[in-house]
Design a protein around this ligand. Structure first.
Ligand SMILES: [Zn+2]
Ligand SMILES: [Zn+2]
Length: 283
């Protein structure tokens, strides 16, 4: 039972966090040989054996026979019963990290859906070592966002100016197409890096000094899955901040409060700067 990030041995810990690198884990991230380990109630240390195909306690949430409190298998303390027992990681990497086996298109769509709807699961499964892959995912999302923005603009222009609905492909003139083809990756990379740098500074401000920049970048790049929703800023922006918050929580092993502060602070700075610039330009 080793930390998927730094390989530290995780047996016997009452805090569900790797003491070496800070990455959170759950007992149910691993599979154990039958009868090989005890699962201890975190409240009273009553031991249980695993009983399902992964050697884990099932049901996953139950009432402790000794102290009567509700216990989640995920938060139980794992103790080896005999020598040489190992727990095999069930944290197999997220869908995008397996895109070569899954197939590009399916991996992209499934990742986008997972990140938008169940980000905790997506980030928890991540190996977190594929920075380039995460950024290319972000660029893909940038193209989708550009497409969504284009649709929104044409709809708005029809609503405001009236007239006929423009042909959906009128937009794809070679020049425009080329411009978007080149501009989107640049914009995506610049915004991923600048948001990540500001988050890293904010993390320092709230007292998180062990956060790896690489993982912050991956968090921001994966959160690109929600960029298309930004065409409705009051929906897209909080949604993206929430996804970034969950990613920071999982990757850096920090509390939700600190993750949220680090995700929001750069947005406030950005909005503040934009307003100041706007006012300055108008004067
Ligand atoms: Zn670790
Ligand atoms: Zn108990």
């Amino acid at each position: 039972m080793n930390c998927p990030q730094c390989k530290y041995l995780l047996f016997g810990l009452s805090e569900p966090r790797c003491p070496e690198c800070g990455r959170p884990f759950e007992a149910t991230d691993f599979a154990f040989p039958p009868g090989g380990v005890h699962f201890l109630c975190p409240h009273c240390r009553q031991p249980y054996f695993g009983n399902d195909e992964f050697g884990l306690p099932r049901p996953r949430v139950f009432q402790c026979i000794k102290c009567g409190r509700h216990v989640a298998a995920a938060s139980m303390i794992v103790h080896p019963v005999r020598q040489g027992v190992a727990g095999e990681s069930l944290r197999y990497g997220n869908v995008w990290e397996h895109r070569e086996q899954v197939g590009m298109r399916r991996a992209f769509l499934e990742s986008a859906r997972e990140i938008a709807l169940r980000p905790k699961e997506f980030f928890r499964l991540a190996y977190g070592t594929d920075r380039g892959g995460a950024i290319s995912f972000g660029i893909g999302c940038g193209y989708l966002a550009a497409l969504a923005l284009n649709l929104e603009m044409s709809l708005l222009s029809v609503m405001i100016a009236g007239g006929g609905v423009p042909h959906p492909l009128s937009y794809f003139r070679p020049g425009v197409f080329f411009l978007i083809f080149v501009l989107v990756p640049i914009l995506a990379i610049v915004s991923i890096y600048s948001y990540a740098v500001l988050i890293q500074l904010a993390l320092e401000l709230v007292g998180v000094h062990h956060a790896e920049f690489d993982e912050t970048i991956q968090t921001v790049a994966y959160a690109g899955a929600v960029w298309p929703a930004m065409i409705v800023p009051f929906v897209g922006l909080p949604w993206m901040v929430a996804v970034v918050c969950v990613g920071l929580e999982q990757f850096h092993g920090i509390s939700r409060r600190k993750a949220l502060a680090a995700a929001i602070l750069p947005i406030f700075i950005f909005i503040g700067l934009s307003i100041t610039t706007g006012v300055y330009l108008m004067m």
